[in-house]
Design a protein around this ligand. Structure first.
Ligand code: F6R
Length: 609
């Protein structure tokens, strides 16, 4: 997975290329590179490490020219290095390419090209694309690119430059995102909107198989067959600041603090004016159809999978339909039992996660009806699913997902209520009661965010422990899983979540004096049981931090510290209880001096398997 950019216009290309890449580093940041046509040749500069290393490398001799491409990499084929960084070139240096994705048949193509005399510099799959273009060159840039596309297999977004037709860039995509920003006397190409939003809000979002020839004054888009495609301009309606840190030290903290708004935006247009029922106008399935499903699958990865676990709880509790939840990388290879009576729900913030997309395609192949919960309009998953409902969380830039998770929970809750209305599995009075509680959630999150001092103190106190355990039952267990993932991924502390009732089946052996245990006890229905599990760990001298709802005066008698969240219906408490856990992870990472927004080995959107 990587970020790619392109520029053609009157200005110095390097300015946009570096600016755009800095906004795409969330997609990968192990090396970066640019290529600029200087009037005589295409000059390529690249460097292992963050974009800053590339800036440093070129600072005394900045490439000059008004057309260029750039790339920020997250290694798949070939370790992070200068030579494996993109852009990649052919033998002559006339053909240059940047790529996001995987060329699956690259080894066969590479052997063939080597036999034909091409010599390769890198270990990447991408380099074959440049050599292939050299090999098939027929004097026409666009026609030659089409020939390359006929021969490569896999997933890609690609931008090509050619010294022999130096006034244009050619870009195309298959299974990876690509947008074109429409300027005045200049045009932009990027993997994602934050890269171009400072320059223009008018964009074309390319579909799979489309190819664009971009010059400074024109953008010509055609389909696989070369036929012209008339596209609607997509006007970006969020502002440039939304993609920036907005005064916070890190995107993650900004995004944690954006949760009240993200949650409010996600629910706002889906509650009827009288507050008594949920409306889901975007769902085009009628009541009979929604009634016909006899099972539901929820499939996702990472945090989105954790949201799916809560989704299962909501749907089973409110709709009384059996729900299975699976991680996408497991689902796609295990011959699942699904058919046309299965509703298949995928959850993905980015809408680009490769395993989730593949699972979605597999479920469709087996006849299921599909629904995507995603945050990115026009993403691959949004386009592939039969129906889409969006979380309106705005761009999530920090690698660790926060506001996407809470908005996914909101959307699952609303979806479950909506289906419950149709199936009449919940009384209208109870639905109205739950909607009233739901409307309070944004303010309650704000309340939870208003006093972070105790959380900072815990983070300082326990931030240097090697292991942390999270326990809970029911919905608390689902939130515990998410809390542990947050801590692991950004602070590198070993953290594990356990169903509290499982402790005595093995894990209790790990609980010794001084080990921090975060115990979630928000669920009234299993409260007493959780309390006895807390007593078990306390008896082994663990340091216990309890998470409870306001009004709970009991828990503090048995734990070392308590963090309280506002009281609400227990179904909604996960949305509040996760907030202190996000903050705990954030401040623990700060305490340990970790790079919060760009944790090691991780990238924001995993578009390779
Ligand atoms: C963790 C995190 C990841 C993602 C996962 C799926 O904080 O962000 O676990 O949740 O990679 O990504 P999406 O939701 O984009 O499909």
């Amino acid at each position: 997975m990587c970020g790619i950019v392109g520029y053609v216009g009157d200005k110095q290309a390097v300015d946009f290329l570096l600016e755009g890449l800095s906004k795409l580093e969330y997609r990968g940041y192990d090396s970066a590179g640019i290529a600029v046509y200087d009037g005589a040749k295409i000059r390529v500069e690249k460097s292992v490490g963050r974009l800053a290393a590339l800036r440093d490398k070129i600072k005394d001799d900045v490439p000059q020219g008004t057309i260029g491409i750039g790339h920020t990499r997250w290694a798949t084929h070939g370790r992070p290095s200068d030579v494996n960084a993109h852009p990649h070139t052919d033998c002559t240096g006339d053909f240059v390419v940047v790529h996001n994705g995987i060329i699956e048949n690259y080894l066969t193509l590479k052997e063939d090209l080597i036999e034909k005399g091409h010599s390769f510099k890198s270990e990447t799959d991408t380099e074959i694309v440049a050599h292939l273009l050299e090999e098939v060159w027929n004097g026409d840039f666009e026609a030659s690119v089409r020939e390359v596309l006929r021969r490569i297999e896999g997933s890609y977004s690609l931008v090509f430059m050619c010294k022999r037709e130096p006034d244009k860039l050619i870009c195309t995509k298959q299974d990876n995102p690509l947008v074109i920003g429409i300027g005045e006397g200049e045009n932009f190409i990027a993997s994602d909107i934050p890269a171009i939003i400072k320059r223009t809000r008018r964009t074309y979002i390319l579909n799979d198989g489309e190819l664009a020839v971009v010059t400074k004054d024109a953008i010509r888009i055609t389909n696989r067959k070369g036929e012209p495609v008339t596209k609607k301009v997509f006007e970006v309606n969020w502002n440039a600041e939304a993609a920036e840190k907005g005064g916070y030290e890190h995107f993650m903290l900004k995004e944690i603090n954006e949760q009240p708004k993200a949650v409010r935006d996600t629910m706002s247009q889906r509650i009827a004016k009288d507050g008594k029922c949920i409306t889901m106008d975007e769902l085009k399935w009628d009541a009979d159809y929604l009634n016909s499903f006899n099972q539901i699958y929820i499939v996702a990865c990472g945090t989105a999978y954790h949201a799916g676990l809560v989704g299962k709880y909501y749907i089973e509790r409110l709709v009384r339909v059996p729900v299975q939840v699976d991680v996408a990388s497991e689902f796609r290879y295990r011959d699942p039992i699904i058919d046309e009576h299965t509703l298949f729900i995928v959850v993905s913030q980015s809408g680009e996660t490769s395993d989730t997309l593949a699972a979605l395609k597999e479920s469709k192949r087996r006849g299921a009806k599909t629904l995507a919960l995603t945050n990115v309009v026009g993403s691959s998953i949004a386009r592939e699913a039969d129906q889409v409902i969006y979380t309106w969380a705005g761009p999530e830039i920090a690698v660790a997902s926060t506001k996407a998770y809470t908005t996914q929970l909101i959307l699952f809750f609303m979806l479950a209520l909506y289906m419950a209305q149709i199936k009449k599995t919940v009384t209208p009075e109870r639905i109205a009661e739950l909607i009233a509680a739901l409307k309070q959630v944004p303010a309650q999150i704000s309340e939870t965010l208003s006093d972070t001092e105790p959380i900072k103190t815990f983070a300082k106190q326990y931030g240097f422990n090697d292991d942390v355990f999270y326990i809970g039952r029911g919905l608390d267990y689902d939130v515990a899983l998410e809390g542990a993932l947050k801590l692991k991924e950004i602070s590198y502390i070993h953290a594990e979540a356990y169903a509290a009732g499982e402790l005595k089946h093995g894990t209790l052996a790990l609980i010794v004096e001084g080990v921090p245990v975060i115990a979630l006890a928000t669920q009234k229905s299993v409260y007493e049981k959780t309390l006895s599990n807390i007593k078990e760990v306390k008896a082994r001298d663990a340091v216990v931090i309890g998470i409870a709802a306001e009004g709970d005066e009991e828990l503090q008698k048995y734990v070392d510290h308590v963090m309280k969240v506002p009281e609400t219906d227990e179904l909604l408490l996960p949305i509040l209880a996760v907030v202190p856990l996000q903050l705990l992870a954030y401040y623990a990472a700060i305490t340990r001096g970790c790079d919060v927004d760009k944790p090691r080995n991780l990238a924001k959107s995993v578009t390779v398997e």
